[in-house]
Design a protein around this ligand. Structure first.
Ligand SMILES: Nc1ncnc2c1ncn2[C@@H]1O[C@H](COP(=O)(O)OP(=O)(O)OP(=O)(O)O)[C@@H](O)[C@H]1O
Length: 266
């Protein structure tokens, strides 16, 4: 990464790529530990292009499920390739729903959610892990998802998430929850997304795997918006906290620890 920065530092065309790598190197200073075990590897691919702003913007977007109450009223915010945000808030308040509005799985009841035509968004959630074909194996699964892509390329990409050798050929039903999560990560990132939306990504990961996920996210050169209750993951991988409550998503000026203390003091 440093050699890329040195090589292209004075190249105007690559200025934004150089800047994002400088930022990633700065973030790396905050990573506790470098995990070398291939079992604990999360290498998110770097997108080849960086679409210009606006990337994603909500303008007076309101939403309620059909027949249900209004969950959000007049949401206004933007997300770009430098965003590193975690959304926190009580269960059932609508955090996952915001991710679905961003991804385009849901449409606002009123107002607009703009998404750049050039942006690639990947979504990780438990739903994607549960949706894996258990009778298949990781390599076959990837071959079915991306027909025509050379097997070697798919194997290499699975390898970026530690799914190597025999593991890539093992029936999916024999994989642990953490291993299945890594197959799901490989699937959603194959197209080199600019923005990754993560809904409780550390659910089935042990501590070392969470550490490796943090490292992967820190080095990722795109935007991140996650929903999580995992203090370690949040404090290691994002730079902004948004609190979702009372129909709004509001930036919180403090750490996750401060947020928890605030809740306790109420
Ligand atoms: N498909 C749906 N149809 C109707 N209501 C839904 C649907 N999905 C979610 N809800 C309701 O919308 C509200 C917000 O759900 P959402 O899953 O977005 O909350 P959340 O903050 O992500 O919660 P959690 O932290 O428990 O995952 C909840 O009351 C939920 O029951």
């Amino acid at each position: 990464m440093q050699s890329f920065i040195d090589k292209f530092r004075y190249n105007a065309k690559r200025a934004s790529l150089v800047q994002s790598r400088i930022k990633a190197l700065e973030r790396m200073g905050h990573v506790d530990e470098v995990v070398n075990d291939p079992d604990y590897k999360f290498e998110f691919p770097t997108p080849d292009d960086r679409p210009g702003p606006p990337i994603i913007s909500f303008s007076d977007a309101s939403f309620g499920y059909p027949g249900g109450p209004i969950l959000f009223k007049n949401l206004n915010f933007g997300i770009d390739l430098d965003s590193r945000i975690a959304m926190v808030g009580p269960n059932g308040i609508g955090k996952s729903t915001i991710l679905k509005l961003i991804a385009g799985e849901l449409q606002p009841s009123s107002g607009t959610v703009f998404r750049s035509a050039k942006v690639r968004i990947a979504v990780f959630s438990q739903h994607h892990v549960d949706g894996l074909d258990l009778s298949s194996n990781p390599l076959l699964y990837m071959m079915r998802c991306f027909p025509g892509v050379p097997e070697q390329k798919l194997r290499a990409h699975l390898g970026s998430f530690g799914v190597t050798g025999n593991l890539a050929l093992q029936p999916m039903y024999t994989l642990s929850g953490g291993q299945k999560s890594r197959v799901a990560f490989a699937k959603i990132t194959f197209k080199k997304p600019h923005i990754i939306l993560l809904d409780e990504p550390s659910n089935h990961l042990d501590l070392d795997a969470v550490e490796a996920l943090i490292q992967g996210l820190v080095l990722f050169q795109g935007g991140i918006l996650m929903v999580s209750h995992d203090e370690h993951l949040i404090s290691g991988s994002v730079e902004e906290l948004w609190v979702v409550s009372e129909g709004k998503a509001t930036p919180f000026h403090g750490t996750f620890h401060d947020y928890k203390k605030m809740l306790q003091s109420r």
